[in-house]
Write a protein that binds this ligand. Structure first.
Ligand code: G4P
Length: 528
């Protein structure tokens, strides 16, 4: 196959959902269709069960499982589909944000009874800002839930999306009969008897066909005709360009657990979802079909075995072809590297491969060279953009509890920060170190890992910070900036890249600071 054929048949996406909406179940059913797994139950859920937040073993288990399900690949209708795992747990939101930099499209799963939930709102917002093409799957139609039109309204309003249904439910919960597939114009009848069975569909070009009354009953048939008429009037017609540019989101209904409506979703997905997309760098935009390889690290996973400190760096290939044992430039370090055992990911295993193509993810063994956001090329000096840090939600001083292990501690912190477990801020005034995290859980993970992997002991101390604001100034010599630095001295720090950060203790402080020093711009994101 030519380079172009290989690349254009790849579709790399992530599933975005609030915990429990059905992401794991849907992933598993998609893999069943791809023939990648033989039975349900093969995909392990990687969510942390409620109440287990302080259980270290649970955290370790979580880390182990998430490497296994970080990337799942399968073939379907001659397309190569890569699913990137996006943890739904809010303490891992930063991980998910970063993974979303490596996907070319997204499927959003919504629970028909619970509707749009908090994590979904946050993650969809990130996708919307980047104009990532999104499909929505309304799950658990076998349960009582919200009316389909109400739910469409809710999705539109809470997620600020412009939606159009490509399938439509017939009944719900105990009266759920099936779905009308608007995309392919057929009806799928629901039966919850055999969850592994792929449901049969009956073609219906014209819903006025009296056969419909025989199949689903007169009142359901009439209702469906009315609703589809309304759907046609109310929602925009599906348009591929609008979907691709993130301006229109098709919606599907089904029940992942019952393997129902999933084939419709997958068939539409392989038809319309984008192949690998172009990506911006510091110097130019890189196109996927370029001959030369380029890619970036979006995730780093520590080895589970404390005796081996090597890690797995996940690289999204943006352009060209990655080859085993070929020399590539690690742009930040300016050094050439080659990889003798790059891993490619499949549904149930990872394997060493000789070549991978744009859209694919390769796992590279790393002894501490990589950090998140690093770029690899065939020699070109450019760095991929769009892998920012977000302001953490929690902040604590980190103290060395064993002075004899200062070196180990420094190395441990350095490597954990490279992995993106948390963010380190060093105060300008006294060099004290502050760790910022998305969730409180990370402090335990850090403490545990520093001790078990690096032999270092730490303690934390509270500090009252509301947000980390990255500082942007046009003129560093201006009197206003000098005054800002003098007055706010106590609250200024550097992130691990040396960027200046203002640690604000309240939203009021941020507001006042902006008013007083209008030329000093404050951002909640490190890239602006
Ligand atoms: P997540 O990865 O998004 O967190 O969700 P997951 O797939 O684990 O699903 C959460 C729960 O919802 C699971 O039940 C799962 O069986 C159920 N579920 C998923 N899809 C459907 C559906 O279409 N209909 C119904 N009725 N339930 C669905 P659980 O009891 O939490 O877990 P389990 O013990 O069944 O695995």
């Amino acid at each position: 196959m030519s380079l172009e054929t290989e690349i254009s048949r790849r579709k790399t996406f992530g599933i975005v959902a609030h915990p429990d909406a059905g992401k794991t179940t849907l992933t598993e059913k998609l893999l069943l269709f791809g023939g990648a797994i033989q039975e349900a139950g093969a995909v392990k859920s990687n969510k942390i069960k409620k109440g287990a937040t302080s259980d270290f073993m649970e955290i370790e288990r979580q880390r182990g499982i998430s490497v296994a399900t970080s990337v799942l690949a399968f073939d379907y209708k001659n397309k190569k589909i890569n699913i990137l795992d996006t943890p739904g747990h809010k303490d891992f939101a930063e991980d998910t944000f970063r993974t979303l930099t490596a996907v070319d499209s997204v499927i959003v799963v919504v629970d028909v009874a619970k509707g749009v939930e908090e994590q979904t709102e946050k993650l969809v917002e990130v996708c919307r800002m980047r104009n990532i093409p999104m499909l929505v799957f309304v799950n658990k139609m076998d349960r009582e839930g919200k009316d389909a039109f109400d739910l469409m309204d809710e999705i539109e309003q809470k997620l600020s999306l412009r939606v159009t249904p490509l399938s439509w439910p017939i009944g719900i919960g105990s009266t759920f009969k099936g779905i009308y597939n608007i995309w392919e114009k057929n009806i799928g009848l629901f039966s919850n008897e055999n969850k592994q069975k792929i449901s049969e569909s009956i073609a219906f070009d014209n819903l006025d066909d009296p056969e419909l009354d025989t199949i689903i009953g007169e009142s359901f048939a009439e209702n469906l005709r009315n609703e589809i008429e309304l759907v046609t009037e109310v929602y925009p017609k599906f348009d591929n360009e609008e979907y691709m540019s993130g301006r229109l989101q098709p919606v599907f209904f089904g029940s992942a657990l019952n393997n129902f409506g999933v084939r419709e979703l997958l068939d539409a997905f392989v038809d319309i979802a984008p192949h690998p997309q172009s990506k911006e760098t510091t110097t130019r935009i890189v196109e996927p079909f370029e001959h030369n390889f380029s890619g970036f690290v979006f995730k780093i996973h520590a080895n589970m075995d404390p005796k081996h400190r090597d890690r797995l760096a996940f690289v999204k290939i943006v352009s060209g072809k990655f080859e085993r044992n070929k020399n590539y430039l690690h742009v930040r370090q300016g050094k050439n590297m080659k990889f003798s055992s790059p891993n490619a990911f499949f549904a149930d295993k990872k394997e060493i491969v000789d070549e991978s193509f744009a859209g694919d993810i390769v796992g590279l063994h790393d002894t501490g060279n990589f950090r998140i956001g690093d770029t690899l090329t065939e020699g070109e000096k450019m760095m991929f953009k769009g892998i920012p840090s977000f302001s953490p939600e929690h902040f604590r001083y980190i103290n060395n509890a064993d002075p004899l292990k200062a070196k180990q501690l420094e190395k441990g912190i350095d490597q954990l920060m490279d992995e993106g477990v948390a963010q380190l801020f060093t105060l300008e005034m006294n060099n004290r170190k502050i760790i910022g995290t998305v969730g409180a859980l990370q402090y335990e993970v850090i403490q545990y890992r520093l001790e078990h992997e690096y032999g270092a002991k730490v303690s934390y101390e509270p500090i009252s910070i509301f947000k980390a604001c990255w500082v942007e100034v046009e003129d560093e010599k201006s009197a206003e900036f000098q005054e800002f630095k003098r007055v706010k001295q106590k609250y200024l720090a550097h992130d691990k890249f040396g960027q200046l950060v203002f640690l604000a203790d309240s939203s009021f402080t941020i507001q006042m600071t902006q008013e007083k020093y209008p030329s000093v711009k404050l951002h909640f994101v490190s890239e602006f």
